[in-house]
Design a binder for this molecule. Sequence first.
Ligand code: 5GP
Ligand code: ZN
Length: 112
Amino acid sequence: MSDCLFCRIAAGEVPADIVYEDEKVVVFKDINPKAAVHLLLIPRLHVASLREVTPEQDELLGYMLRLTAKLAADQGLDEGYRTIINTGPGGGQVIFHLHVHLLGGEGLPGFG
Ligand code: 5GP
Ligand code: ZN
């Protein structure tokens, strides 16, 4: 059994509020939402962070970023949304399985 929390969520070993999944990715609600909509997109493949991404994964990354638009539309975020990828401890990353935060709607904090 993996000791990576997000691998375990992808495998169905840890419960999560999953809103979308396919053969490449799993998307679920953040347990501690920072806005009305706060989803996490993860690849099923364990990649620790953006720093570990290889050229073979370029297509997967593009797929994940493009998917945010469809997910945002499904969530009714017609005015727009924010995507965040925290990388490394200095970037605020806490879970070391690559993930894209998708945030929007009521309560979205200011940035900068
Ligand atoms: P990071 O700081 O690594 O970019 O973001 C990790 C995110 O994972 C945080 O926003 C945190 O709330 C979320 N998170 C941590 N543990 C769990 C969990 O067990 N389930 C879910 N759904 N989200 C989690
Ligand atoms: Zn993992």
